[in-house]
Design a protein around this ligand. Structure first.
Ligand code: ATP
Length: 313
């Protein structure tokens, strides 16, 4: 018997005045599935999560969180989900334990049961030693871990993490990724938005790509790479790229030329020959193999590292 999805979205449209932030978006997430939600700034990721969490109403379409409608049955739907939005939601004057206790009590736990639950969420996020510290005095990465722990104290079967690793160091990132994997292995459905494609590869989840409010790709990593993962040669020049006459498709993007070819390493000598004198202006040559990077380029028209730069700017 097929399991009911933890999240089911059908035909979701959301407008902010003249801006259509989401356009007939469908998204299902099964229990235990991790979905890497990708897209450039303004693609609609936060809007999508806010609709799932019942913080925004869609103009059209249907959402079900564990079978509940976040608009009509907000309390029931909310009980089943944990949301860690982009903006930190911690109480700086309180200790980490008091922050967690507040939300544990909201979930109906008291006394020893509440303490046990706090220890349970603190451990994988490496917060155990920080429980007595004032939240406002912690580092940015530590605060982000507290923020994530808050989303988890009521053991939600559906977890929405909106850029949980934005601005954190490598160690914190590893901890968060490992925690997400453990939760998914225990059956939690996770929607994970990020500007870092390698994280999605590490999580071995499936992928959903939003572009201009439309879901332009959805599937497992393998499926998408098979369907869209071009290989090729990418040339970066110091100035405007020359005109190249080759048998393969050549795409221009500022100072970059992308040549789509099945066996890029074999094509490099031909490309160099075609460059002639213009080779003097070449500052970088990259062989691109089919990967999430090339999938992203094909479905959105832009590279992902441009987007990681935007995210850290
Ligand atoms: P980022 O990666 O920058 O967080 P995002 O993919 O989360 O972006 P959203 O925040 O969902 O994107 O925004 C989608 C679109 O809707 C953008 O064009 C944005 O400017 C617009 N938008 C979002 N919130 C509002 C609002 N409250 N009023 C008007 N326009 C909005």
């Amino acid at each position: 018997m097929p399991t009911e999805p933890a999240l089911a979205m059908r035909g979701i449209t959301k407008r902010y005045g003249p801006v259509t932030a989401l356009h007939e978006v469908d998204l299902d997430i099964a229990p235990g599935e991790i979905v890497g939600l990708l897209g450039h700034n303004g693609a609609g990721k936060t809007t999508l999560m806010s609709i799932v969490a019942g913080l925004l109403r869609p103009d059209n379409g249907q959402v079900r969180v564990l079978g509940k409608d976040p608009v009509r049955e907000p309390d029931e739907a909310r009980r089943g989900l944990g949301l860690a939005p982009q903006e930190l939601g911690i109480y700086p004057p309180l200790t980490v334990r008091q922050n967690l206790l507040f939300f544990t009590e909201l979930a109906g736990l008291r006394g020893r049961a509440a303490e046990r639950r706090i220890e349970e969420v603190a451990e994988p996020l490496d917060l155990t030693g920080l429980l007595g510290r004032r939240a406002g005095r912690l580092s940015g990465g530590e605060q982000r871990r507290v923020h994530t722990a808050i989303a988890l104290v009521h053991r939600p079967p559906l977890l929405l993490l909106d850029e949980p690793t934005a601005g954190v160091d490598v160690q914190t990132r590893e901890k968060l990724l490992s925690m997400v994997r453990t939760l998914a292995a225990g059956g939690v459905a996770v929607c994970y938005s990020t500007h870092y494609l390698p994280e999605v590869e590490t999580l071995e989840g499936s992928v959903a790509v939003l572009s201009g409010g439309r879901m332009v790709a959805r599937g497992t990593l393998k499926e998408l790479i098979r369907q869209y993962g071009d290989s090729g040669v990418e040339l970066t020049f110091s100035g405007g790229p020359p005109d190249l006459h080759l048998d393969w498709p050549v795409m221009r993007d500022g100072k970059v030329l992308r040549i789509t070819v099945e066996q890029p390493h074999l094509a490099v000598p031909r490309v160099m020959e075609a460059l002639g004198d213009a080779a003097g202006e070449l500052v970088n040559l990259r062989v691109v193999h089919p990967s999430l990077d090339s999938v992203f380029l094909r479905v959105t028209g832009r590279r992902y590292d441009a987007l990681a730069e935007e995210a850290t700017a």
